[in-house]
Write a protein that binds this ligand. Structure first.
Ligand code: HDL
Ligand code: ZN
Length: 450
């Protein structure tokens, strides 16, 4: 089966007349059915940096935003002529012009991020066969659209039924929407509480907590080991999880975090505040491990690097808290197989997605293959991590295409041993991958079940 086949709905599928519970007899029909169901099944996107329209300018969308996405600015600096300062001195439209010229006109947009822009434009009705390589033509096509209309078009095209935002209580703009504004009124956009700053920079987090009315000492780094401080940190977490309706609490961590460490603030905060609040509110803890922030600050958001992780942190958290639901993704390719094997050891560890530098066709195929081989349907194959709205289309299209190929091969092997699958069987598995596993983790967390 072609590996680069698109997941665009197969128009010939309509001619298939077969009971949904009937075994699929031929491999040709099997491939057609897997492709159809994977492309048609809507998904819950469990980690994004998108915002509902309520957050106004925080919702990034449109052609220029697609082109100034930090994945593409990193690639621009490898091919473009401008210095860092010259590029950053431009406005978004100016930067988008430079990215377009360097990565789409002067060269073929073959990278994952660049080809993703082409897929998004094409699948949202701006076919390059009509708009060619004229960036202004694409800009003009969306000039009159509203954010709300684009949200509806993109979620429908990408078949995303809901998504989870990244909500940082230490971000003043984000805080204002929740404290002074309407909060989030679009139920398709769910919230997650992001607490990197609390765990990784507790002394500056303490200043913000104090300013927000929590009685956390700011002049005593050892305060986080005192119960009277941890009570206030739990109150902060509880208040914000409740205020935003967080589905989970999340943090990204470098790969060299050791846990537990006596006298270490991160250990004290995890044990004394984060895990207790997860238990109390019945929420999973989501950890994304293996990022080394700002190795090149001149790249700004694009300046972060991956690093191999010591997964001992996860192993010891799972052992210490067997009833805590952990959602985990790691950034280094070298850790992926080990993480999948670790998930076999702990039923409260659910792995998700092909994160960041792993969100590429070859890595998604490699990871989805061995994850399915080791974990069956008990993991979450993908999240988009989108920062720009229209990326939902290409990130999910490209991922669905790979997932189709992997699953077809697994079903085809069963078929050869005469274990025939039906359309219902395939639909059940895909719905599980595309939202069922996540909902099962949420439900187990609510019940306090490991
Ligand atoms: O920390 C994270 O959540 C990462 O996903 C970063 O936001 C990263 O910049 C990113 O957007 N990756 O896709
Ligand atoms: Zn992210």
């Amino acid at each position: 089966m072609e590996q680069h086949s698109a997941t665009y709905a197969d128009p010939t599928y309509a001619n298939v007349s077969r009971r949904p519970d009937a075994p699929i007899e031929t491999l040709t029909e099997l491939e057609k059915t897997v492709r159809h169901i994977v492309s048609e099944t809507s998904v819950i996107d469990i980690h994004t940096h998108l915002y509902a329209a309520d957050f106004e300018e925080r919702l990034l969308w449109g052609v220029d935003q697609l082109l100034v996405y930090h994945y593409l600015t990193a690639e621009y600096f490898r091919q473009g002529e401008l210095s860092y300062d010259e590029f950053w001195s431009l406005d978004d439209a100016g930067r988008a012009d430079k990215v377009w010229q360097a990565l789409f006109v002067d060269r073929m947009p073959v990278s994952e991020a660049a080809s993703g822009v082409v897929t998004a434009l094409n699948r949202l009705g701006l076919s390059p066969s009509v708009y060619g390589r004229d960036l202004d033509a694409y800009r003009a096509a969306w000039a009159g659209k509203t954010a709300a209309a684009q949200v509806d078009d993109v979620l429908a095209t990408a078949r995303v039924k809901s998504l989870v935002m990244t909500n940082d209580p230490f971000d003043p703009v984000e805080r204002a929407v929740w404290l002074e504004g309407s909060g989030c009124t679009d139920t398709r956009f769910q919230a997650a509480l992001r607490i990197d700053k609390l765990l990784l920079d507790p002394s500056s987090a303490a200043v913000e907590l104090r300013n927000l009315g929590y009685d956390v000492p700011t002049d005593d780094p050892s305060a986080f080991f005192q119960e009277e401080t941890l009570v206030e940190v739990r109150r902060f977490l509880r208040d914000w999880c409740t205020r935003i309706g967080a589905l989970y609490i999340m943090a990204s961590l470098p790969g060299d975090i050791q846990y537990p460490v006596e006298g270490d603030a991160l250990t004290a905060l995890l044990d004394g505040a984060v895990v207790p609040v997860c238990r109390e509110l019945g929420l999973p803890l989501a950890l994304m491990v293996g990022v080394r922030r700002q190795v090149n600050p001149a790249l700004r958001l694009a300046g972060d690097m991956s690093m191999q992780a010591d997964l001992g942190l996860l192993e010891r958290l799972c052992l210490r808290y067997p009833e805590l639901q952990l959602l985990v993704t790691v950034l280094a390719r070298e850790n992926q197989h080990e993480l999948a094997v670790l998930a076999r050891k702990f039923r409260n560890l659910t792995i998700f997605g092909c994160w960041w530098f792993l969100h590429t066709e070859s890595m998604i195929r490699e990871m989805t293959s061995f994850r399915t081989e080791l974990l069956g349907t008990s993991y979450i194959p993908q999240h988009s991590d989108c920062r720009v709205l229209e990326q939902l289309v290409n990130k999910w299209d490209h991922s669905r295409s790979v997932i189709t190929g992997v699953l077809y091969n697994k079903y085809a092997r069963l078929h050869q041993d005469r274990w025939l699958v039906s359309e219902n069987d395939i639909r059940r598995d895909i719905e599980h991958y595309f939202g069922g596993v996540f909902q099962q983790v949420l439900s187990r967390a609510k019940k306090g079940r490991g």
